[in-house]
Write a protein of this length. Structure first.
Ligand code: NAD
Length: 329
């Protein structure tokens, strides 16, 4: 099978070459993302392999169909960027990697908390420059603080276990509570109570119409002054303008985000020599108590291995005409 891999970075290629060695697939790697402007690159391929910021809208999928592409293999779990209806109409199968490593994302959420709290990023730079002062580096103990979690699915549950390990009081809101987590000491509360009681709030629910801007001015108003907010889920869970106001008013004491509502035009690109076309992220970056990473919470060796192997298995099942375990229909 001939497969066009879009949005390829060096590390994607490394993993495909490592784990795809014994397979019969013929991969071509493209750095560009897939969309209407680049769909012609798919000519002569049986399948396309894509990631979170490729745009598989109606026109792109019709373009793929006219070139004989039969399979879209997503290297991620989310599929909000794919027009499934058009894919179905054109008899193109869509497969994904439903879960790779919840621990990777949960551990990154804790890394954001510890960095913001203990300011290790600042201490590192200071000491390298010969500044051994501790001024303004003071943090707080996580022990016995209340950590609130919205969404206790695979990632939220892994994060609950980490937070419990620090001796924190873990409170959570989810539409469905987990008996396992309750037995470990997680206390389920209403959304409002979690907002009101948390010293640190970590978001782990999916982005849906219901959760869009779940952290907005109204929610922020009910939270503790100086609260730390962590988002490793999806950018649009937070209303960026509202959180900017809350940072200015010092209502929010710390913000750690791995995702950003307008990340599509920024993340995974090296814009260090460019003019950044986004005033909101520049304003966020101007706060000393804001830490931003560019959607890297998933990025561990274990997760990359899982993503690659599942993608290869998905393509192999398609090639062999087997049932597609990870098909999105
Ligand atoms: P999951 O489906 O296992 O868990 C999601 C949980 O959220 C479920 O328990 C569900 O009941 C709950 N939920 C749904 N709607 C809710 C609502 N309105 N209020 C409260 N809880 C609600 O998903 P997961 O694997 O734990 O992933 C969670 C999210 O993490 C994903 O949706 C994705 O956006 C994000 N993610 C980020 C990265 C990254 O690299 N930053 C990587 C993978 C996933």
């Amino acid at each position: 099978m001939k497969i066009a891999v879009f949005s390829t970075k060096i590390y994607d290629r490394e993993y495909f070459e490592k784990y795809g060695k014994d397979k019969t697939f013929d991969f071509s790697f493209f750095e560009t993302s897939l969309g209407t402007a680049t769909v012609n690159l798919s000519k002569g391929f049986d399948a396309v392999c894509v990631f979170v910021n490729d745009r598989l809208d109606k026109d792109t999928i019709e373009g793929l169909a006219s070139m004989g592409v039969k399979l879209i293999a997503l290297r991620c779990a989310g599929f909000n960027n794919v027009d499934l209806e058009t894919a179905k109409k054109n008899n193109i199968k869509v497969v994904r990697v439903p879960a790779y490593s919840p621990q990777a994302v949960a551990e990154h959420a804790m890394a954001l908390i510890l960095t913001l709290n203990r300011k290790t990023h600042k201490a590192y730079n200071r000491v390298r420059e010969g500044n051994f002062s501790l001024n303004r580096l003071i943090g707080f103990n996580l022990y016995e603080k209340s950590i609130g979690i919205i969404g206790t699915g695979k990632i939220g549950a892994a994060f609950c276990r980490i937070a419990l390990g620090f001796g924190s009081k873990v409170i959570a809101y989810d539409k469905y509570s987990s008996e396992d987590l309750k037995n470990l000491g997680v206390e389920y509360r209403s959304l409002q109570e979690v907002l009101e009681l948390s010293d640190i709030l970590s978001l782990h629910c999916p982005l849906t119409p219901e959760t869009k801007h779940i952290i907005d001015a109204a929610a922020l108003a009910t939270m503790k002054k100086g609260v730390m907010i962590i988002n490793t889920s999806r950018g649009a869970l937070i209303n960026t303008r509202d959180i900017l106001d809350a940072l200015k008013e010092e209502k929010v004491g710390y913000l750690g985000i791995d995702v950003y509502e307008q990340e599509e035009n920024l993340f995974y690109k090296d814009l260090s020599e460019s003019i950044i076309p986004d005033d909101l992220i520049l304003r966020l970056n101007s706060f000393p108590n804001v830490l931003i990473t560019a959607h890297q919470a998933y990025f561990t060796k274990e997760a990359m291995k899982e993503i690659t192997q599942t993608t290869l298995n998905n393509i192999r099942s398609f090639e062999k005409g087997e049932a597609l375990e990870n098909e999105i229909s």
